[in-house]
Design a protein around this ligand. Structure first.
Ligand code: PLP
Length: 453
């Protein structure tokens, strides 16, 4: 067998310096705007995590359309980040715009239902197989409200999450394992309560640890992505989902499946693609083509119990809601997206393109004998700079590469390709083309060539 290639770390450092210079040359206007923004925006950005983009400052976007965008310096990009899934539909998708624009002229929010509400609920019922639906404006809120309801219906205090998870800014999901013990996730900003008091945390794919945590009977719900996607993609091992479902049933714990990212697996997410049977399902991000929208659905039984647990006279202040939740614009956007954009036909195009992306990146790794791998959930693909797929959060975290991850991002950015930040993830939208996917393979090969020569 051929020996694997190794990368000289000092070479990455030199290349990074070159890429930083190139980035500064390409983006003078973004730099100027960033300096100006520091006068009014904390850290010069409207959302603090935008400081984490590689390059030293974020690029400012002038216009985004389909699977591309242009920045204020006139650079054109192929967008594989797609607003970290918020724009998995493609930016401002033509097919959704008529429904969204029409609603803009007919009232944006009224705090009353519109007919679109049950159209969307019936469509979600059809796609995910859950009976009753409610709406929110972010996947974070859909998760938070689901956890509240899970505690209300079970009368139990705790939630179980998986090490390395991310479900939005949901306090209970900020429990991680640190040195193998439950602790607050690193960087948890001003927690109102120690998350180890609210949550149990175990490794993904560890059936024994899961059962041990559920056995005392104090866990209201397990909150899980069906495939972990926020610490790199970590697939379930064969049989894991079956065990997860059997054990949650055995200990009367509700199973909440968060499909916000795994909606990439198909029109009914991973749940439909793999026949999962959650008690509650949450989804957000691209549901309204980028117009803030999210939904959470319940099985028949849990829906009935949830309804019984809400006191109608205090429902407005019970801790679940939001004045703008389920607003008319959001519902029109969800309808337009589900009816015309994230359709069966769209997925039939997107998934083969993602397979092409995967094969392209894998081909480069094989040609250059790199001990790396590629993994995929439907139209979401990721490459990791380690030989084998991680089986849990700890392995995935250990496999992150603080040199290579930012290098690949910056190298791509300087050549007009945007990957999802903080890991090497690419999403395919209904408007992404084969030529754009092939361009990625080409630039990836160029990056590897630079690293090795
Ligand atoms: C699986 C998952 N759930 C929920 C969320 C929260 O989404 P939002 O930030 O739109 O509330 C995220 C965000 O990345 C996510 O990855």
């Amino acid at each position: 067998m051929n020996p694997t290639a190794t990368i000289d770390r000092s070479r990455i450092k030199a290349l990074m310096e070159r890429e930083h210079r190139l980035f500064a040359q390409r983006n003078p206007k973004s730099y100027e705007l960033y300096q100006r923004a520091k006068n009014s925006l904390l850290a010069g950005v409207p959302m603090h995590w935008m400081t984490r983009w590689p390059g030293g400052f974020p690029i400012f976007v002038a216009e985004a359309r389909g699977a591309t965008f242009r920045d204020v310096d006139g650079n054109e990009y192929i967008d594989f980040c797609l607003g970290d899934t918020g724009a998995m539909t493609g930016h401002s998708p033509e097919a959704a715009l008529p429904g969204i624009v029409a609603q803009l002229h007919k009232g944006i929010t009224t705090m009353l239902p519109s007919e679109n509400a049950f159209w969307v609920a019936e469509e979600l019922q059809r796609r995910f197989g859950l009976r009753y639906w409610q709406f929110a404006l972010s996947a974070t809120d859909a998760n938070r409200f689901s956890l509240r309801l899970a505690r209300a219906v079970t009368g139990r205090p705790k939630v179980l999450v998986f090490h390395g998870c991310y479900h939005g800014t949901v306090d209970e999901a900020y429990a991680w394992l640190v040195d193998g013990k439950p602790a607050s996730r690193p960087g948890n900003i001003g927690p109102q309560v120690d998350p180890t008091l609210t949550s149990k945390v175990v490794e993904w794919n560890d059936i024994e640890a899961l059962e041990e945590a559920l056995r005392p009977g104090d866990v209201a719900a397990v909150l899980a992505e069906p495939v972990m996607t926020n610490v790199g993609i970590v697939q379930p091992l064969p049989g894991y989902h079956q065990a997860l479902r059997e054990l949650t049933r055995k200990y009367d714990t509700l199973l909440i499946i968060d499909e916000t990212h795994t909606l990439s697996a198909g029109p009914g997410g991973y749940t439909r693609a793999h026949g999962l049977q959650p008690d509650i399902l949450t989804v957000g991000k691209p549901l309204g083509s980028g117009i803030p929208s999210a939904a959470y659905g319940f099985s028949e039984e849990v829906g009935q119990r949830a309804q019984a647990s809400i006191n109608p006279t205090t429902a407005d202040t019970g801790g679940i809601g939001g004045t703008l939740a389920a607003n008319a614009l959001s519902l029109a956007a969800m309808r337009a997206t589900l009816e015309h954009v994230l359709t069966e036909e769209a997925y039939a195009r997107m998934i083969p393109l993602a397979e092409r992306f995967e094969a392209g990146a894998m081909g480069v790794m094989e040609r250059y004998r790199l001990p790396w791998h590629v993994t995929r959930v439907g139209c979401r693909v990721e490459y990791l700079f380690r030989p084998n797929p991680a089986r849990n959060g700890s392995e995935a975290l250990a496999g992150q590469d603080p040199d290579l991850d930012p290098f690949i991002h910056l190298f791509m950015l300087n050549r007009g390709l945007l990957l999802t930040p903080f890991h090497n993830m690419a999403l395919i939208s209904p408007e992404t083309t084969q030529a754009q996917v092939d361009r990625h393979t080409e630039v990836f090969e160029e990056a590897v060539h630079n690293l090795l020569n």
